[in-house]
Design a protein around this ligand. Structure first.
Ligand code: DP6
Length: 338
């Protein structure tokens, strides 16, 4: 039976990925570094079987198919890659995919990262492709760039690579979760609504016309990758927080300066950004990062996480607060969703 299930956690970038150099192969302009979270996951079951006449995709209880963006631009493209790469296993088989996230979809909580990491692992298992972690991270990348990092546990670097065919573009673990178990992200969910501009479209526009793109790619990223790798290794929270916060602000500066502008922040986002800077001035150790959505992720250590969550709760525009720590990589599970 060609049925398998996998669970993958979302990851939050400390050095952001913003822009591709090859859209078809999903090759990034730059490298990036992330932390895989614990407990913010996608659980995905796939079944390849002749009984299916069409691909069936059910995401969080809603069915999608040809003509829907979720299928055409994301899962459908990924399945095309799988069928082209492994024709003898998958070319003539349709698949049913059911996937559930336990966190808000498409609102800057990297749901596509968890989703495609789980999907790649489930496909690998169901079709017995025999891919190990490195190859799996390359397959997940074809679904969504950031998914390449969610294959691994803990702190992860996605290598840009140099080759045009993408053969040296993959993610690998820098440090396991046990390296820094006290590290926390307190996520302030400022809205659960879908974002208006998907990261894919936003970054493509930024590469095309943001006047700051070149500086981001050539100056900012190489410096931040070095700083963050070193800060993670030394568990230097201050150095890490400062670089991660600056990196997020610079990514958003690139995005905001794009035509048409890509602005992910809302009022709640700004409340928390200012609060984090105030709290830091008062001696509370914390920094923020923001992805392609309005949520603010506050970097802190375990000792301060409850206090930070309590303070965030006091703001009017906050819909939810999630505390997460360095988490596990993708896992195969016997728990099928159908
Ligand atoms: C801002 O991985 O969602 O979260 O590769 O087009 O699917 P695609 O984009 P995606 O972009 C994530 C962008 C980001 C930064 C990051 O996670 O590094």
């Amino acid at each position: 039976m060609a049925k398998a299930s996998a669970i993958a956690n979302a990851n939050i970038a400390l050095v952001k990925y913003w822009g591709k150099r090859n859209k078809e192969l999903m090759l990034p302009q730059t490298g990036s570094i992330s932390m895989t979270t614990e407990g913010l996951n996608a659980h995905t079951t796939v079944e390849f079987d002749p009984k299916y006449r069409e691909d069936i995709l059910i995401l969080n209880g809603k069915e999608y198919g040809k003509g829907d963006e979720e299928y055409d631009d994301y899962v459908g493209l990924f399945l095309k890659v799988v069928r082209e790469k492994y024709p003898e296993k998958a070319k003539d088989l349709k698949v049913k995919i059911v996937s559930n996230n336990n966190f808000p979809t498409a609102a800057g909580l990297a749901s596509s990262a968890a989703g495609f990491a789980a999907l790649a692992a489930a496909v690998n298992e169901a079709l017995k492709l025999g891919l190990r972690e490195k190859e799996l991270s390359m397959l997940a990348r074809r679904g969504s760039g950031s998914a390449t990092r969610s294959i691994h546990a803990g702190f992860v670097e996605w290598h840009r690579g140099e080759n045009e065919d993408g053969s040296d573009c993959y993610a690998e673990q820098l440090f396991p979760p046990e390296h820094w178990p006290e590290f926390r992200l307190v996520i302030a969910v400022t809205t659960k609504k879908d974002k208006k501009v998907k990261s894919r479209a936003g970054m493509s526009q930024s590469v095309a016309n943001s006047p700051y793109y070149k500086a981001w790619r050539d100056d900012v990223i190489p410096k931040h990758i070095e700083t963050i790798r070193k800060a993670l290794g030394e568990k230097d929270f201050k150095a890490l927080g400062e670089a991660a916060e600056t990196n997020a602000l610079m990514m958003h500066a690139v995005a905001i300066a794009t035509t048409p502008p890509v602005i992910y922040w809302n009022a709640g986002t700004m409340d928390i950004v200012h609060a984090v800077m105030d709290w830091r001035d008062q001696g509370l150790e914390c920094y923020f990062t923001i992805d392609g959505g309005p949520q603010v992720k506050v970097l802190c250590l375990e000792k301060d996480s409850k206090e930070i969550a309590k303070r965030i709760r006091g703001f009017p525009n906050i819909e939810d607060i999630i505390i997460t720590r360095p988490g596990q990589g993708v896992k195969i599970t016997k728990e099928h969703l159908f």
